[in-house]
Write a protein that binds this ligand. Structure first.
Ligand SMILES: Cc1cc2nc3c(=O)[nH]c(=O)nc-3n(C[C@H](O)[C@H](O)[C@H](O)COP(=O)(O)O)c2cc1C
Length: 822
């Protein structure tokens, strides 16, 4: 059961399309003002008077000659039908059932004034945006007045709409069929564009006189934030003002409305009624606003939340909650009637603490059931008002880097559209996992230790205790590398890591020693390496990949260019086999050239190759196996070959390191030192499981994966066949699309004529039930906007077939839309 308006917010979020949720919830800029509105109310402390006998407080109040059941009206909100098909009709019905309070109907209402007047018994006011073409505004006001509207609320803070990042990121457009019911014309689909074209940008105070000249209705000005403007409003003849920052949707950085209220109230000195909106979420917030000088408040987003959750009844419940909370607060504070509320009710506010507001869908983890039910405010699950809150800008800049957020959006889309076929996850198929295997593997390893002569206590400690930082299973890894890959290195040159990600991190930390050091990467590039570089403040230079992976000529040019700028390119990172994300494989000749270039230009090569042994057929020799000059640091992973839950990877770092005293060690020793301060050691239990798998296959991980590799190979071929069938040559040419045909790995790259960004992905998931990864995520220097990454590893044939067919519908629709816009 919903007990607070916060409960309604959570539920609404689950029900609404993410783009619509962001449109409703979002604010301008970095949403500081949006957060400030809420936080200002959080900081208010009330001073109750006890033993006042206030048994049943009276909540009615009189505004502009009319009695309201509560000092609360409904703020103008465009297009209620985004929240519920009933639109404003539901709001009117819901409010009528709850309380006699006015509803301010937006210029952009989705229902006609006539319908609304017919539907309910509460006063309707009209919110007015003044258009460049005043005859439109005049016509709107006349029509509203004929339908019985009782007051005009001119919005004065919107010469155009504020820059709302969420809408821009989402490419938000009003869904088909959502149009203003009381305006003629078109071009409404993108509210910001429409406003820029149609709103009068040059209004001055004379607009009040103009309104007065065309309508006898009371005029309120909405969007006043300073004492000076409040006085001007009174002088210009306004009948009331609304202290508002448009719910944080216009100029980001203006103060919370509650903060400016006392100064405005003092300046107005009772000449006009003062309404306030922005952040009212509880009955006690109403009391706080009244105590600080408002005559009433307007309720904004919570009304849409109620509508989304339960239509008209939802709106009734939202208002009921406000009424119950207000009555409760009045009664506990010893207040009998609204007229008794005065400044003595509030204590001076404690200092501001930044507050978290409902975050953009693009960057959140879904609310869990726990936080949905406990009345927490949206976006701040578990946040304690007054507790320590950190500012993001005070944290390391990497946390605000889009590269760190890329996968969140994908996860969010995947969770939101569980029915969609997803070509996004690069995870291994579950088909070959068997829970019993883990026990078998661990047992196998422990038996091996005993066979090697370890005592019972040593065997026990091998899994129960911390282990050596460099790893316990280095001999087995070395043996397997020799047997499978022809990589012949001593065990001491190996460090067993927590996944390959830690191996990358250690290698970068050790190699990159100064601000001029540069890491070269291919572009597109796996985000794990660019993310690790970002965490370590390492500069990355991207080199465009061709059909055969990195071109050595381009790489050489990039290295020389960096050197010419006084920088030190130290290493290049490559995935030479069936790369993530592009699926590209470097031919043998290119590998030899790369090693030659590394020698000539004195750089190291970081080779990451997780897909080799789960790909069908013979593989091109790895760079490390061809490396005769210890130029290659091989970064290994058992995620695809054994199982990702083990989180076991390794680095082969056999490069000698000389110290100042002339001593020599291996780079692996240095990585081990760093590791001891990062993860101490890789879980011995996980190492035991991986070691068991290595032992079970005599070190030949390729043999262990023969069936798996055949499965992935088959999935790749089947996907390519489905693409051929869906897009025969003629259709492919018409749509200007193409794709590559990797012989293994998990990924392929599809070129499309339209922009394959997050907005397109959302449309694809929502309307066509198919999810993919925008390749642009993987371009460190920007680009890839017309490419899609498809992963084949996780889907059965039937899903692949259905997914490709949905993809075809999506691509047709996007291409048609693109043609229309051209
Ligand atoms: C989805 C949405 C649409 C809005 N549409 C309008 C509008 O058409 N005209 C207007 O003056 N204000 C509009 N506003 C601003 C509200 O009237 C109000 O100032 C704000 O929502 C109050 O803050 P709150 O949502 O924190 O209660 C809109 C706000 C939202 C959230």
């Amino acid at each position: 059961m919903e007990l607070t308006l916060g409960d309604f917010a959570w539920l609404a979020r689950e029900r609404l399309d993410p783009g619509v949720w962001d449109f409703i919830e979002g604010g301008a800029g970095e949403e500081h003002t949006l957060a400030a509105n809420l936080e200002a109310f959080d900081r208010v402390r009330l001073r109750p008077s006890v033993l006042r006998g206030a048994v049943r407080p009276e909540t009615a109040t009189k505004i502009l000659g009319r009695t309201w059941d509560l000092p609360v009206a409904i703020a103008p909100l465009a297009y209620h039908n985004l929240a519920h098909p009933l639109g404003e009709l539901g709001t009117v019905q819901g409010v009528t059932a709850a309380a006699g309070v006015p509803i301010v109907v937006s210029t952009f209402a989705g229902r006609t004034f006539e319908e609304l007047a017919e539907a309910g018994g509460v006063p309707l006011w009209l919110q007015v945006y003044c258009m460049r073409d005043r005859s439109i505004t005049e016509g709107l006001i006349e029509r509203a007045a004929r339908a019985g509207v009782e007051a005009l609320v001119l919005t004065v803070d919107a010469p155009h709409l504020g820059r709302r990042a969420r809408d821009l990121r989402n490419g938000f457009r009003l869904p088909a069929g959502i149009v203003p019911a009381n305006l003629d014309g078109d071009g409404f689909a993108t509210p910001a564009e429409h406003a820029a074209a149609e709103f009068a940008p040059d209004l001055d105070w004379s607009v009040v006189g103009w309104l007065r000249s065309i309508s006898p209705l009371p005029i309120l000005l909405k969007g006043i934030l300073t004492d000076a403007d409040a006085v001007r409003a009174a002088d210009a003849g306004a009948d009331g003002i609304v202290v508002s920052n448009h719910g944080g949707r216009q100029l980001d950085g203006v103060p919370a409305t509650l903060e400016v209220l006392p100064e405005v109230a003092a300046a107005v000195g009772g000449r006009l009624p003062i309404l306030l909106d922005g952040g009212v979420r509880r009955g006690r917030d109403v009391l706080a606003a009244l105590a600080l000088g408002a005559d009433a408040v307007l309720l904004g987003r919570p009304v849409l939340h109620g509508l989304a959750v339960g239509g008209a009844e939802g709106v009734t419940r939202v208002l009921d909650i406000v009424r119950v909370e207000l009555t409760d607060a009045m009664s506990l504070a010893g207040i009998r009637a609204i007229a008794d509320v005065g400044p003595e009710l509030v204590r001076p506010a404690p200092p501001a603490v930044p507050r978290v507001v409902a975050p953009a869908v693009a960057s959140v983890v879904r609310p869990d059931a726990h936080s949905a039910g406990n009345g927490a405010q949206p976006g701040a699950p578990g946040a304690q008002p007054g507790g320590r809150v950190l500012r993001k800008e005070d944290l390391h800049s990497s946390v605000a880097d889009p590269v760190m957020d890329t996968m969140n959006f994908l996860n969010e889309v995947t969770l939101r559209y569980p029915e969609a076929v997803s070509f996004a996850p690069g995870r291994p198929t579950d088909g070959f996992f068997d829970t019993e295997q883990i026990f078998t593997y661990v047992r196998r390893y422990l038996e091996y230790l005993a066979e090697q002569g370890d005592s019972a206590a040593q065997v026990r400690d091998a899994v129960f205790q911390y282990g050596p930082a460099a790893g316990r299973i280095r001999e087995l890894v070395a043996h397997s590398l020799r047997a499978d890959e022809g990589i012949d290195v001593p065990p001491e040159s190996i460090v067993v890591t927590v996944g390959c990600q830690e191996a990358m991190f250690l290698a970068l930390r050790a190699l990159m020693s100064g601000p001029d050091d540069v890491l070269l990467v291919s572009s597109p590039c796996y985000v794990g390496i660019t993310g690790a570089a970002r965490l370590l403040d390492i500069e990355v230079t991207a080199v465009r990949e061709g059909e055969n992976g990195l071109s050595c000529a381009d790489l050489e040019a990039a290295i020389q260019a960096e050197r010419a700028r006084g920088r030190r390119p130290k290493a290049v990172y490559v995935i030479p086999d069936h790369s993530n994300p592009s699926g590209v494989t470097m031919p043998l000749r290119a590998r030899r050239e790369l090693l030659d270039l590394a020698g000539r230009l004195d750089i190291l090569v970081l080779e990451d190759s997780p897909y080799r042994l789960v790909s069908p057929g013979a593989q091109v020799p790895s760079l490390k196996s061809l490396d005769r000059a210890r130029r290659v640091i091989h970064l290994g992973s058992y995620a695809k070959t054994v199982f990702p839950g083990a989180r076991v990877g390794f680095a082969v770092a056999d490069q000698p390191v000389l110290d100042a005293g002339g001593g020599t060690g291996l780079l692996a020793d240095e990585l081990t030192k760093i590791k001891s301060m990062v993860t101490v050691n890789t879980s011995p239990l996980s190492q035991a499981a991986v070691a068991g798998a290595l032992l079970a296959s005599g070190g030949r991980i390729s043999e262990l994966n023969a069936e798996t590799a055949a499965y992935y190979g088959d999935a790749m071929r089947f996907t390519l066949r489905c693409l051929e069938e869906e897009f025969p040559a003629e259709r492919r040419a018409r749509l200007r699309m193409s794709w590559n045909s990797p012989g293994g790995g998990f990924f392929l790259a599809l070129q499309v004529p339209f922009r394959a960004d997050n907005a397109a992905l959302t449309r694809s998931a929502q309307r066509f039930g198919v999810i993919w990864t925008p390749m642009a995520y993987f371009y460190p220097e920007g680009g890839g906007h017309h490419t899609i990454r498809l992963s084949i590893s996780y889907l059965a044939h039937a899903e692949i077939q259905q997914g490709v067919s949905r993809l075809a519908d999506f691509i047709e629709a996007e291409s048609a839309e693109m043609r229309e816009q051209a």
